[in-house]
Design a protein around this ligand. Structure first.
Ligand code: FAD
Ligand code: SIN
Length: 513
């Protein structure tokens, strides 16, 4: 008897978890556009937030933490937009998902046999598991890759999906660069984030919003696209290497040109305030001292500790000529994580039948307007498993709330007079108009500018990515223009307050006649 088939697009934590969970029941093909290890997952540093007390691992210490506390912190970060049920699922199923990662070979750091646990901003407890110090993502990626290589999953590296095949309203496969069409009973998008929308990003080059653009073109509804998280501290040097929040969690402080701490004047939690607050605090300080970078002072932590706890950041600093144990390092905000994405329910189902989405490409409402640090690796592990559970044992369909179903209309057609889009121009436009601080005037001008650009003909991978970035840039700008308030990762200087009447998700989609 032939088994049902699944195509999974993407080899981060979400895609690989889904593939490994699915392989016993389905014929699984996993596509990834670079090599298996190229993903946001691979570069994750700080770790995974989880209620360690609830793990079955015999080395899980008792810390007085609880699922209720993790839920509460996640809801606060989400700034009134997180869906309670999606958050409850994340926090309560997280401990089991971490036990499973350990069983799959992820070597989380331990001290005297007990799992080590760090503190990050806006967490009430030190609940961040990490591996290799600041190499958590790499440890997860390489363990899962090893399990994948041993499994019956068909892996196709350097294979770019360019579009979804939809027949009679159902997704039945994907088209690959070069024209090949692959068919399956279900397609799971696990294509990760969209950092390459911006010139300054912590994300690797593969993060070009492909899955989101493909889903929009296929008629799926996307949600909360105005909410983008900018990480406060990337190294202010080409490549924007992430300087993990965990460094501030360990006690490093931000200082201005005069060597004075400025974050205590911005927020009572100072350097450990929510990410959007710290990122804007830094941007404002940068504007006050043009040409002189804001610096992160980690010198009090000592050379031995910094090298042991943060070996990758230590190496990245040294590669740029900085000895951060002796001198503060220049840091700047950079695009980091996309809260918005393809709208899904708590089982990864999108508004198009046969099409599923998990991980950073998806928006199940969990992160609301802002993601709590270290919740996204957890999301990939928890929801990467749930999507398979729903495929094995179809769950009752709960209709999407009304608020998801009146999408803003996204125009896909290009103006015949338009010029081919230039990626660097698009990135700069997005940074200036849809970055850390936005105004209606800038967004309207950006929308007009984006209409003057057209998608390139898809002859190679870069052209496919540029076409995707253009679609998603238009959707981000339209969504940001429509939300006339400030909330989480969406800050409007012309509407600086949070408006309780706008405490609802946004949605956007291509309207078909
Ligand atoms: P990804 O890991 O991004 O994987 C997406 C995959 O899809 C990639 O393999 C990509 O090549 C593939 N792909 C994309 N488009 C196509 C296409 N068209 N065809 C085929 N394949 C395609 N989160 C935390 O929780 N804790 C942290 O400490 C943390 N640190 C971070 C540090 C950095 C520097 C970055 C960038 C992110 C960090 N994050 C962290 C966020 C977290 O890493 C990501 O949100 C998460 O890993 C996303 O996982 P994913 O599986 O959804 O996508
Ligand atoms: C970090 O290490 O600061 C990133 C953590 C995250 O994005 O969750």
């Amino acid at each position: 008897m032939t088994r049902p088939s699944i195509i999974i697009v993407g080899s981060g934590i979400a895609g690989m978890t889904a593939a490994l969970d699915a392989v016993d029941a389905f014929d699984v093909t996993l596509l990834t556009k670079s090599d298996l290890a190229q993903s946001n997952t691979r570069y994750a540093q700080g770790g995974v937030a989880v209620v360690i007390d609830a793990m079955a691992d015999p080395g899980a210490p008792r810390l007085g933490d609880s699922v209720a506390s993790h839920v509460a912190d996640t809801l606060v970060a989400g700034a009134g937009l997180s869906d309670d049920e999606a958050v409850r699922i994340l926090c309560s199923e997280g401990p089991g998902a971490m036990d499973e990662l350990i069983a799959r070979g992820v070597p989380f750091d331990r001290h005297d046999g007990e799992l080590s646990h760090g503190l990050e901003a806006a967490h009430a407890h030190a609940r961040i598991l990490h591996a290799g110090g600041d190499a958590t993502g790499a440890a997860i990626a390489y363990a899962l890759i090893e399990r994948l290589r041993e499994s019956a999953v068909t892996v196709r590296e350097r294979t770019t999906a360019v579009d979804l095949v939809v027949q009679d309203g159902r997704c039945v496969g994907v088209t690959l660069l070069g024209g090949e069409e692959l068919r399956a009973d279900a397609v799971i998008l696990a294509t990760g984030g969209a950092g390459q929308l911006f010139p300054y990003t912590t994300n690797p080059e593969v993060a070009t919003a492909d899955g989101l653009a493909m889903a929009l073109r296929a008629g799926a509804v996307a949600a909360d696209l105005e909410f983008y998280q900018f990480h406060p501290t990337s190294l202010d040097a080409p490549g924007n290497f992430l300087v993990s929040e965990a460094v501030r969690g360990e006690g490093a402080v931000l200082i201005d040109a005069a060597g004075r701490r400025f974050m205590p004047d911005v927020h009572p939690d100072a350097e450990l305030a929510p990410r959007d607050v710290v990122a804007r605090g830094i941007a404002q300080q940068m504007a006050r001292q043009p040409g002189v970078p804001v610096r992160l002072d980690a010198t009090a932590l000592g050379a031995e500790f910094l090298a042991r706890r943060f070996p990758n950041i230590d190496a990245a600093c040294r590669a740029q000529g900085h000895d951060w144990s002796r001198e503060p390092i220049p840091v700047a905000p950079a695009a980091h994580y996309y809260m918005g994405g393809v709208r899904t329910d708590a089982w990864g189902r999108t508004s198009v039948s046969g099409l599923y989405a998990v991980g950073e490409v998806a928006c199940n409402g969990l992160h609301g307007a802002n993601r709590l640090a270290s919740n996204s690796l957890l999301e990939g592990a928890v929801y990467g498993s749930r999507v398979v559970e729903a495929l094995v044992d179809p769950q009752p369909v709960v209709p999407f709330d009304d608020e998801w179903l009146a999408p803003l209309a996204l125009e896909l057609a290009d103006d015949p007079e338009a010029q081919d889009v230039s990626r660097s121009d698009l990135q700069q436009l997005m940074w200036d108009a849809a970055g850390l601080a936005r105004t209606g005037d800038d967004l309207r001008q950006a929308a007009a500018e984006l209409r003057r650009w057209r998608s390139p003909i898809v002859t190679d991978a870069k052209a496919a990515e540029d076409a995707n970035l253009l679609v998603v840039a238009r959707a981000v700008v339209a969504s940001a223009l429509a939300r006339e308030e400030s909330r989480g990762g969406h800050y409007r200087t012309d509407f600086p307050q949070t408006d309780p009447a706008q405490a609802r998700h946004s949605s956007i989609g291509v309207r078909h006649a």
